[in-house]
Ligand binder design. Structure first.
Ligand SMILES: CSC[C@H]1O[C@H](OP(=O)(O)O)[C@H](O)[C@@H]1O
Length: 337
């Protein structure tokens, strides 16, 4: 696999004394980097989606803890502040729990820096492995549909679902990629298309509302998505709109694949009903690119994740292996306490 050809973006970069983030709010119009020197700045970057994507916010939060240690701030306060930045993606809590365990064991700032770097490095290795595992499930010359952005921008690099797509394109299994816009924040239109075009991968953007029609046409064999939290029974929280894609996929005989590192699996959460779904500012729905598009006085409801029941998922791919038709008992075997 020629990773240099398909994997050049590093959106979260530790600079030794501060954290540099590619500001995802501005892409693709502008590639601007922001520098965070404090845990509070990292927290704000996560809340405002300057950095986003489940693994990426966990990695950024780990670096936030390192910054707090270097500044001599209260680590308990920093952990609590970072933990509260966003509720749904469990990678955030997982990374902070890992940092907390090191703190409890007496780690100094240098040791915490090594731990944050390990979290980041392990994510990239996991993504590359998942890419190979997921791509092996796909028949040659397939078409695939993806949702949101699960690429290098959302991770340490390479991506989860987009990593499978990169590996599938490289091996000739995937011939055509479709990406849904992913209203309202447009992660698919703004970010996934940016990554795919940079890699020279044949891709077409579709309106989210075109997905069922696309599946009916027979040109996609798989829907491939990431995850923000996978419950103990395989129910999966992901970007709003994923659930309706899974329903449409099952109706049309299209397979549905979830790709996420084991840090996204939350065996302490029994089912999808127990996952907190982030509600964001209705203003995100009432405007496009900062321009109000809805009549003054209108209200909106803006849940940004939904839960796909395990019964609609054909495969969950993690770096530990592939679970086909996930059930609570197989999840337990793959992810024992
Ligand atoms: C590689 S997982 C990315 C995951 O994060 C996204 O959410 P957001 O853009 O709000 O952070 C989405 O659910 C993706 O699947």
């Amino acid at each position: 696999m020629d990773y240099d050809r398909y994997d050049r973006i590093r959106a979260v970069q530790w600079q030794g004394d501060h954290l540099r983030l590619l500001d995802q709010r501005l892409l693709p119009q502008e590639e601007r980097w922001i520098d965070c020197a404090t845990a509070a700045q990292v927290t704000l970057a996560i809340k405002d989606l300057a950095v986003r994507g489940a693994p990426a916010i966990g990695i950024a939060a780990a670096w936030g803890v390192v910054l707090a240690a270097k500044q001599g701030e209260s680590l308990d306060s920093a952990l609590a502040m970072l933990r509260a930045a966003r509720p749904t993606a469990v990678n955030l809590m997982w990374a902070l729990d890992r940092m907390k365990a090191r703190i409890t064991a007496g780690a100094d700032a240098a040791a915490l820096e090594r731990e944050a770097q390990a979290i980041q490095d392990e994510d990239l290795i996991a993504n590359r492995h998942m890419g190979e595992l997921g791509a092996s499930l796909i028949a040659p010359h397939s078409g695939v549909l993806t949702h949101c952005n699960t690429g290098s921008l959302a991770t340490a690099g390479y991506g989860t679902a987009l990593g499978v797509i990169r590996a599938g394109v490289a091996s000739g299994r995937i011939e055509q990629v479709f990406a849904g816009e992913t209203r309202p924040w447009q992660q698919g239109a703004r970010l996934t298309m940016w990554e795919l075009v940079r890699d020279g991968i044949p891709a077409k953007l579709i309106a989210d509302s075109a997905a069922a029609h696309l599946m009916k046409s027979g040109v996609v064999q798989w829907v491939i998505v990431g995850a923000d939290r996978i419950a103990a029974n395989g129910d999966t929280a992901n970007k709003i709109g994923t659930y309706q894609l899974a329903i449409a996929a099952r109706h049309h005989g299209v397979k549905f694949m979830v790709v996420a590192p084991s840090s996204t699996v939350d065996m302490a959460t029994a089912t999808g009903d127990d996952i907190e779904i982030e509600l964001r500012d209705p203003a995100e729905l009432l405007a496009v690119a900062g321009q109000r598009t809805v009549v003054d006085g209108a209200d909106a409801w803006n849940p940004v994740f939904d839960v796909t029941p395990a019964a609609l998922i054909d495969a969950i791919v993690t770096e530990r292996g592939v679970i086909e038709r996930p059930t609570a008992s197989v999840m337990q075997l793959m992810f024992p306490a």
